[in-house]
Design a protein around this ligand. Structure first.
Ligand SMILES: [Mn+2]
Length: 340
């Protein structure tokens, strides 16, 4: 009932690689978000139900605390904490499924661990311009989440019977988080056909919403208040908001991974703001770009910092001072907006 987005030959190729594999490792990107964790765990639950006895998920770094309730989290391997067991799993596997990343460098320090492995590689992703590191690559940038692609893959393989409730919960979480609760990149009707199916599998969408979004610590709530009140700068003539936070401030608010997630979207709630940029001081500085409608912030991220992503949601890193990065953005915005 949903459109056929993935090429049939690719479905068959991936089916065959999975059927031939005994030891499977699933890998997603560094600083994993809801879609990275959701798609990976969904694939793990599916493959186990399908009959694969050895399926592991490795994430390069820790997941945000508001995702730690997801079914299967206790089975995750975290490369930054358990490097040895992760390397052992990679050495022993005969198939690696990469999910929600378009370049090996998105695994950060973990990227070196793939050197010299003989395992087959599959990539399922929705970021533009995937690098050719996996001979079987399912790349669909027009699809709003990798979790949706995982659903589409399972459905097209004729294996929906092996999609259990745990997998459905993980897929729903990834679809929900990568569309801001179905508020952007979410006009494709198929999304709701899939959601309909997931609900029938027993997903409690209201509970998932609360677990993911109503899980702030007091520190995070106060940091959000500080950022909106004090740190956000608006360039009204360019419909742009720039918000940044230093390491020192993060420490003051007892920052935990995930605490700044979604901050970048908040200024877009202001009427007349169509571009929002958020910078977090780290090593290097992490920069998120968001926009509304036809404004391609991935172009801005790329031109300024060599970053990339989607038209309305992009990211970049900057090896330098936080203040320098803010200045570079302020200088570039007028020309960028006028070029639209
Ligand atoms: Mn994603």
């Amino acid at each position: 009932m949903i459109s056929r987005v993935i090429e049939q030959s690719l479905i068959e190729k991936v089916n065959q690689l999975i059927d031939n594999a005994q030891h499977v490792v699933i890998v997603s990107h560094e600083n994993p978000d809801g879609d990275a964790v959701g798609s990976s765990l969904a694939m793990m639950h599916f493959l186990r139900a399908y009959g694969k006895e050895d399926v592991k998920v490795i994430l390069p770094s820790e997941l945000p605390y508001n995702l730690k309730w997801l079914p299967g989290v206790e089975d995750l391997l975290i490369y930054s904490l358990q490097e040895k067991s992760c390397c052992r799993a990679l050495q022993a596997c005969d198939l690696i499924l990469f999910l929600d990343l378009n370049a090996l460098s998105r695994t950060g320090k973990m990227s070196q661990a793939f050197n010299g492995l003989s395992a087959q590689r599959v990539l399922i992703d929705h970021h533009e311009f995937p690098e050719p590191f996996a001979p079987a690559t399912i790349s669909c940038p027009q699809i709003s989440s990798t979790s949706e692609l995982v659903f589409r893959y399972i459905s097209r393989s004729g294996c929906l019977n092996d999609l259990n409730q745990d997998a459905a919960v993980c897929i729903y979480t990834g679809m929900m988080t990568d569309t801001g609760c179905f508020s952007y990149n979410s006009n494709q009707p198929d999304i709701y056909v899939i959601v309909h199916y997931l609900l029938q599998k027993g997903v409690d969408k209201d509970a998932i919403y609360r677990k993911v979004f109503y899980a702030f610590s007091e520190d995070r709530m106060r940091m959000t208040g500080y950022l909106m009140y004090k740190a956000m700068e608006i360039m009204p003539e360019y419909q742009t908001a720039i918000t940044s936070i230093s390491k020192r401030r993060l420490k003051y608010f007892n920052y935990r991974p995930g605490d700044t997630e979604n901050i970048v979207n908040m200024p877009l709630q202001i009427e007349g703001v169509n571009i929002s940029i958020f910078l977090r001081e780290d090593n290097p500085v992490r920069i998120s770009f968001r926009s509304v409608g036809d404004i391609p912030v991935n172009r801005l991220a790329n031109e300024l910092f060599g970053g990339g992503g989607h038209k309305n949601a992009a990211g970049a890193r900057y090896k330098g001072k936080l203040s320098e990065a803010v200045e570079m953005i302020k200088q570039a915005i007028p020309k960028f907006v006028e070029s639209l």
